[in-house]
Design a protein around this ligand. Structure first.
Ligand SMILES: NC(=O)c1ccc[n+]([C@@H]2O[C@H](COP(=O)([O-])OP(=O)(O)OC[C@H]3O[C@@H](n4cnc5c(N)ncnc54)[C@H](O)[C@@H]3O)[C@@H](O)[C@H]2O)c1
Length: 337
């Protein structure tokens, strides 16, 4: 297959490109604007063969996206490009509206033109997968979990922009017949994640001996998904899911922020023991994020049952692998902090 990805230089997108190049025979066209969170170093070793091409293009640039799509003639588009950091969305909203909403709108329009230009078998086979977040569902209390039919109640500018995009994708499917699919996943962790996010920030601050800031009392709960498990789920949905369907992706792995940070500190002390003190001594509670959602939890029952996908990486192993990557790739993260 020919797969056009947006955001393939970012954290999840680059994991997907590395998988596609290393483990499949698909052709890959990677379209990425290279914002502060996109990094072509994520693709070193996977970017030189004849099955891979890269284009530094903004998804809001309709002419450039049209040219790329009609030249490359993909069987499938996987849309990951986004502004992805909640804290940044609270500081400054414009890029979130532009990329996450208007950029998705632009892609939908061009993909619809492209789908219509194909012959009948090509039109039937074309697929557009929109990658979204569980944050669109808002916050849970102590009990329950998000299903595909949970109501949308986004609380941050980031989640509101992703929810808007999800609604546009649904409308382009129902109104215009674009062959859309949507996934909503929980918090990912793994290698190559920008140091601003909780897991890499904790690891890097342990390595540097700097304070580890935790919002509030660290009681917020997230459902942690290893990025390679997510990539496998995305490929299942992209290739096998019925057109027009939505899937929640999660690994039934809820941890409060403080539990997760303590787990990282414990693993760090095994992998890089301190001469004095404990990594947990670095933990510092700071004022809570405004509008901080208390709990997210995904019910992955639908994807487990209908697509026979299940997360396979236990969190201890995933965190260990992630820590080892940051320990061994200091030059990668030093340039981004
Ligand atoms: N990381 C998570 O835990 C998580 C959880 C749920 C959903 N998601 C979603 O998955 C997708 C990927 O997330 P990520 O963590 O890899 O993000 P990321 O910030 O690491 O990567 C985003 C990529 O998109 C590119 N990009 C940004 N604006 C662009 C534009 N206008 N045009 C073209 N490229 C642009 C960036 O350069 C970067 O390479 C996003 O849509 C995000 O909302 C992420």
């Amino acid at each position: 297959m020919k797969i056009l990805l947006t955001g393939g230089a970012g954290f999840i997108g680059s994991a997907l490109v590395r998988h596609l190049i290393a483990d499949t025979s698909h052709e890959v066209c990677n379209v990425d604007k290279l914002t502060y969170s996109g990094n072509l170093k994520n693709l070193i070793g996977f970017d030189s063969g004849p099955r891979y091409q890269f284009h530094q293009v903004d998804i809001c640039d309709r002419d450039a996206i049209t040219t790329l799509l009609f030249d490359f003639q993909p069987d499938c588009v996987i849309h990951l490009a986004a502004e992805s950091h909640v804290d940044r969305s609270i500081q400054s909203t414009a890029e979130f509206i532009e990329t996450n909403i208007l950029g998705t709108h632009c892609l939908l329009e061009v993909c619809l033109d492209y789908q219509k230009s194909l012959d009948a078998p090509g039109q039937a086979a074309f697929r557009f997968l929109h990658v979204s977040t569980d944050e669109v569902y808002g916050s849970l209390g102590e009990q329950g979990s998000f299903t595909e039919s949970s109501p949308y109640k986004p609380n941050s500018p980031y989640s509101a922009s992703k929810a808007s995009a999800d609604h546009l994708v649904r409308a382009w499917h129902v109104t215009y017949g674009l062959n859309c699919l949507t996934t909503n996943c929980s918090n990912n962790y793994g290698s190559h994640q920008h140091p601003e996010k909780l897991v890499p920030k904790t690891i890097i601050n342990c390595i540097l001996g700097e304070k580890i800031p935790i919002y509030g009392q660290g009681k917020q709960v997230r459902d942690w998904l290893f990025v390679n498990d997510h990539v496998n789920a995305l490929m299942k949905v992209a290739l096998e899911a019925p057109i027009g369907s939505d899937f929640n992706i999660g690994s039934r792995c809820e941890r409060s922020n403080i539990e997760l940070v303590q787990m990282i500190c414990l693993q760090m002390s095994k992998l890089k023991p301190l001469r004095t003190g404990e990594y947990t001594d670095l933990i510092e509670f700071v004022s809570d994020r405004p509008g901080h959602d208390f709990r997210y939890a995904i019910d992955p029952g639908k994807i487990e049952k209908e697509l026979d996908w299940k997360a396979s990486t236990p969190i201890q192993r995933g965190i260990e692998e992630t820590i080892l990557w940051y320990l061994n790739n200091r030059e990668w993260w030093e340039s981004s902090i």
